[in-house]
Write a protein of this length. Structure first.
Lengths: 228, 372
């Protein structure tokens, strides 16, 4: 117990030391790198996952393929992918590719299921009142699938933020730098400090998505989950 | 007018949903497609707005093939109501109703004003405008569905079992309001139901679909009941066909007797020879039934049995009158005028002597069908 308290105190000292807050090895720079890698990966994954998920869900075709693809992607060990691809091409790209591969499945599966799960009567009515195929997708299926889509995005975002620490292995920085260096040197102050930062970032992501949900999901959809 | 010309729909795999269907749905009237499930009635309805494309044959609206227009464009000009309303859960009630106006690029203010106007039309309070579908009852949702279909004032309405998912009381209410609305709007309506009573109540014309997508008979409700084309139709109409036929016989021609009617001020002395007396007040409103044997002095002191249901002479059908006769303690049906004053009474046997067809009750077709 005393030991744990000691560690927390040490980490706190580390976190609040002024030397940590500037320079290329400082927290702001590492944090920015981390957010940058995570953001770019998530954006790419969102484009791929949403496009494929919406397409498969809307047309009702290719659903099996999409889900299979997603599951295969899930089975790939991210760390292995990073090491493997870095050998071929030493740049940040392989890291991003690995993160994208990690982030696509939850987005794809949730988007597909969200669109497929839209009330068939509402879909029929949307067509029947004269919406075009795009109109049905944009005005009916997408907004009705939004709660699930956001859930998929959030799951991916948190996974990516946690996993982006691997960027430090091939030497591209990010918050993983502290954890890896700390482990290598047996400097647990550094490990705990880095971990706390990653957890804090994940919590912020969680908050952002909670806010986003309130902002973009219609109360008509949130309300139906409550007993009325 | 909507015209089906030899419309056939065959699905890949060989299932035939519609088999050479030809019929007309006259402008400004309600045509009901009725039949067993799998009879193709919904497929026929969906062929009108191209939700289903026929394998062969044509559907024409006022002589123009529906395939001349792009589906989305065509559908914006045709109201569409379905069984579970199919409202958009993420949109408020007013935005649900304004769906087609938005698609037609009306400005938002005009579209919302139209939505409010329609809420009034279908009997929804304005306070519901900003609510979401999940906050409404099934009946209210169905009203929103009808309002949404009416929003851009289309001349044609397609209604696919719109009232079958609500309870019987609400259904009867919705049906009555639907007929009232149609009296004002005169839309050309295709209405699908599996309920023959609903078909008879609502339809100006009824098309009976049978398994295999064939039309067994197209006729007025009166003729359908009186002269079913074959055993299938007779079987589908069901048990009480004869009694139902009386729904279309008017009471205007009935000869009602005044013999048993006495004002409350009358003396009880000269009532011998009568089984039952209908006591009325000075405005001839019925007060109750009594038997001469029970009376001591004046009628005002006589014990009275309740009048029971009455029928309105002229506007109610013989079916309603017969119902009143059966429920009356005396076995006599009491006919009243619009003010509620007694015109006279009739026995059940007198009612059945009335000719039952070619004699629409009240002249307007619809009202006569209601079961009182």
């Amino acid at each position: 117990m005393n030991e744990l308290w000691n560690q927390i105190e040490l980490s706190w000292t580390w976190l609040t030391a002024s030397s940590q807050w500037h320079g290329p090895d400082g927290i702001p720079h590492r944090l920015l790198q981390h957010v940058w890698y995570s953001g770019v990966s998530l954006l790419c994954a969102a484009v791929i996952g949403l496009a494929l998920g919406l397409l498969a869900g809307h047309t009702g075709r290719g659903g099996f393929l999409a889900i299979t693809l997603a599951n295969v992607a899930r089975a790939i060990p991210t760390f292995g992918l990073v090491l493997f691809v870095v050998v071929i091409d030493y740049s940040i790209t392989p890291v991003l590719v690995a993160l994208v591969a990690l982030a696509v499945p939850p987005i794809l599966v949730n988007t597909f299921e969200g669109v497929r799960g839209v009330d068939p009567d509402a879909k029929d009515a949307a067509r029947g009142v004269g919406m075009t195929g795009w109109g049905v997708l944009w005005h009916a299926e997408l907004p009705m699938a939004l709660p699930l889509i956001l859930l998929g995005l959030r799951t991916s975002a948190i996974q990516v933020v946690a996993t982006a620490t691997i960027a430090a292995y091939p030497g591209f920085g990010g918050l993983g730098r502290y954890i890896i260096d700390g482990l290598a040197r047996g400097d647990y102050q550094l490990v705990v400090g880095g971990t706390v930062l990653v957890v804090a970032l994940a919590l912020i992501v969680q908050l952002i998505f909670a806010g986003l949900r309130r902002l973009v999901v219609s109360p008509g959809l949130l309300g139906s989950a409550r007993p009325s | 007018m909507i015209t089906f010309e030899g419309v056939t729909k065959r699905y890949p795999g060989g299932a035939v949903a519609l088999d050479d269907v030809s019929l007309d749905c006259p402008t400004g009237e309600i045509t009901v497609f009725v039949g067993t499930s799998g009879g193709g009635k919904t497929t026929a309805l969906r062929a009108v707005n191209r939700m289903v494309e026929p394998t062969s044959g044509r559907v024409l609206i006022d002589g123009r093939d529906v395939r001349e227009q792009r589906p989305a464009e065509l559908r914006r000009g045709i109201g569409y109501v379905i069984q579970h309303a199919g409202l958009f859960p993420h949109r408020t009630i007013e935005d649900n109703i304004a769906t087609v106006p938005y698609l037609l690029r009306w400005n938002k203010k005009k579209a919302r004003a139209r939505a409010l106007e329609l809420m009034e039309r279908v009997g929804l309070d304005h306070s519901m405008a900003k609510r979401y579908p999940f906050q409404l009852s099934g009946g209210q949702q169905q009203r929103v569905g009808v309002a949404r279909a009416l929003a851009a004032d289309p001349p044609i309405m397609l209604m696919d079992e719109p009232f079958s998912a609500v309870d019987p009381v609400v259904r009867a209410e919705l049906q009555d309001e639907f007929l009232r609305l149609q009296d004002e709007l005169h839309k050309t309506i295709v209405f699908v139901t599996h309920d023959i009573d609903e078909a008879i109540k609502l339809g100006d014309t009824i098309a009976v679909f049978r398994t295999g997508g064939k039309v067994a008979q197209v006729d007025t409700p009166e003729n359908l009941l009186a002269h079913p084309a074959d055993d299938f139709v007779a079987g589908f109409i069901g048990q009480n066909r004869g009694i139902r036929t009386l729904s279309f016989a008017g009471t205007g021609e009935l000869r009602l007797s005044d013999d048993a009617v006495r004002p409350v001020t009358a003396d009880a002395a000269d009532l011998t020879g009568l089984d039952w007396i209908l006591v009325v007040d000075e405005d001839r409103r019925p007060l109750g039934w009594t038997r001469p044997a029970q009376i001591g002095g004046s009628l005002s002191e006589a014990p009275l049995a309740p009048v029971g249901p009455t029928f309105r002479v002229g506007s109610d059908s013989v079916r309603v009158a017969l119902d009143a006769a059966v429920l009356s303690p005396s076995g006599l049906a009491v006919g009243v005028d619009d003010a509620g004053a007694v015109v006279g009474t009739a026995a059940g046997s007198d009612l059945l002597a009335v000719p039952t067809h070619g004699n629409g009750a009240g002249g307007t077709g619809h009202g006569a069908g209601s079961d009182g």
